[in-house]
Design a binder for this molecule. Structure first.
Ligand code: NAP
Length: 453
């Protein structure tokens, strides 16, 4: 069952049953038929679709924002920002898509060699709830631009987001079946990946589920991309602009109540600035406004579910019992039981779960370092490898740190954000493959080499 339940109020709005296997087979066939036509469409038609989607997303920003906030609890201003970003990615691929997909000649021993980019067919997207619009669009925009058809299996707690996105494609003029939402269960996910009509799967979500999806992709020999969790370091050297670093640290850790894969999760701060950092970070956190996600003044909303709340409580309590010190927070909000207090833990032991696990909630973990090498060792002390942020005014140190950090993305003097033109993805247990930019577009494309002798 797909259940739309408001995480702030606990009220169930709607429920949607799992589709039957017969309906699934029909959807697969429809997707394939749509692909056969869509792949023949001109670039002009696809660009027109993307531009129309961008217009509608902007026009309906408030409407979609409310659906997001009601289903997964994101504060409304952040939900509307997410919708605007989806318009941005549609416009980006409408501008860059043709140039990226045009065939190009390459030198070879033949009289003429050329690389052409062709769509693969139907691709399944298994998506998470934390950015329920953005995660879908950042895959779907380049996918439809290349001529692929998309099947969406969204997280079961955001069914109204899934339906709204499907409707948006229709309203923008997408031919029937080019983008279809499927309310399917896990066994049916395997059926989809196994189908000869499906050519690939892109997965965004947890490591456990990602590992399972990747095993299915391997079993049925399907192209796959995995965008998984992270425990990104945020390193502040003692020559950094601390004021700026603190503003960005706050946003990076506490946006979306900390439920972001690229949130800064581990703060690694030079001991010379430890007191200044901690005091100022604490007073910034104290001033964060908690409350109903539909209020425009709210910055911290509820966690997505009671289960997530209890898991977070456990992680924090275990870490405190192992020696982590709590500067602020450390518990569920007394007067709003679905909200977790924004928390700062410092001197956290390296074996404690807030350091070793991905903390999906408003909890910042801090450790102090003495030497530059120690900072890098701490930052790389993780099984993940999504992003990292480095703060220093010394360009040489910044360059050195960028090269030492084991991550898919590094930002100097800024917080990590995704944007349409920048390839996005991780290494190690953060997954493989890329989304966005040119590399994202080529993931589900047949890069066909043609030679004439
Ligand atoms: P999740 O539990 O792994 O769920 C993600 C999706 O996978 C959902 O649609 C879920 O469906 C489905 N799923 C889970 N187990 C499955 C199985 N055995 N077979 C088939 N489908 C399965 O992750 P989440 O809790 O929604 O999302 C949070 C995680 O996503 C965090 O780890 C976060 O870091 C990661 N994330 C990564 C990125 C990135 O770009 N690297 C971006 C955003 C989020 P149901 O809802 O029906 O269970």
């Amino acid at each position: 069952m797909y259940v739309s339940k408001n995480p702030f109020t606990g009220i169930v709005d709607k429920e949607f049953p799992i589709i039957t296997n017969g309906e699934l087979i029909q959807a697969l066939e429809q997707s394939h038929q749509s692909f056969l036509n869509w792949q023949k469409s001109s670039f002009t038609v696809r660009v027109k679709l993307l531009l129309k989607m961008a217009d509608l997303l902007e026009e309906r920003k408030e409407f979609y924002g409310r659906i997001i906030s009601n289903e997964m609890g994101k504060p409304i201003t952040q939900s509307e920002g997410e919708v605007e970003k989806c318009a941005w990615v549609c416009r980006y691929y409408s501008e860059k898509g043709i140039e990226l997909l045009n065939s190009r000649d390459v030198e070879s021993s033949a009289s003429l060699s050329r690389v052409v980019f062709e769509p693969l067919g139907t691709v399944l997207a298994v998506m998470p709830w934390n950015f329920p619009f953005w995660q879908v669009f950042r895959f779907a925009a380049p996918a439809v631009m290349t001529g692929n058809a998309v099947l969406l299996k969204h997280a079961s707690n955001v069914p109204q987001c899934a339906l709204a996105i499907e409707q948006l494609f229709k309203d923008s003029g997408a031919p029937e079946g080019v983008f279809q939402n499927l309310f399917i269960d896990y066994a049916q996910v395997e059926q989809v990946i196994a189908s000869a009509l499906v050519k690939g799967v892109t997965f965004t979500g947890s490591n456990q589920a990602g590992s399972y999806i990747a095993s299915l992709a391997g079993k049925y020999i399907k192209k796959s991309v995995l965008e998984l969790g992270g425990s990104d370091p945020f390193i502040i050297f003692d020559d950094a602009d601390l004021f700026q670093a603190l503003q960005e640290a706050l946003l990076s850790r506490f946006l979306n109540a900390g439920q972001s894969c690229i949130a800064a999760k581990r703060f690694i701060v030079h001991e010379n600035i430890s007191v200044e950092f901690l005091t100022n970070f604490q007073s910034l956190v104290e001033n964060l406004t908690k409350g109903n996600p539909l209020d425009h003044g709210t910055f911290i909303g509820p966690l997505v579910s009671e289960k997530a709340l209890h898991e977070l409580e456990d992680l924090v309590q275990t870490s405190i019992s192992m020696g982590a010190k709590c500067a602020i927070g450390g518990e569920v909000c007394e007067y709003m039981r679905t909200v977790y207090e924004p928390t700062i833990l410092y001197d956290v032991p390296m074996e404690s779960p807030v350091w070793t696990e991905e903390v999906f909630g408003p909890v910042a973990s801090v450790r102090f370092f003495e030497t530059d090498e120690e900072a890098i060792t701490l930052a790389n002390d993780t099984r993940f490898g999504l992003g990292a942020s480095v703060w220093t005014k010394d360009p040489e140190k910044a360059e050195w740190a960028c090269r030492q950090l084991q991550a898919g993305m590094v930002v100097v003097n800024g917080m990590l954000k995704s944007e349409p033109g920048l390839p996005f993805g991780g290494i190690n247990e953060s997954g493989y493959g890329r989304e966005l930019g040119n590399f994202g577009l080529y993931e589900f494309v047949n890069i066909k080499t043609v030679s004439y002798f």
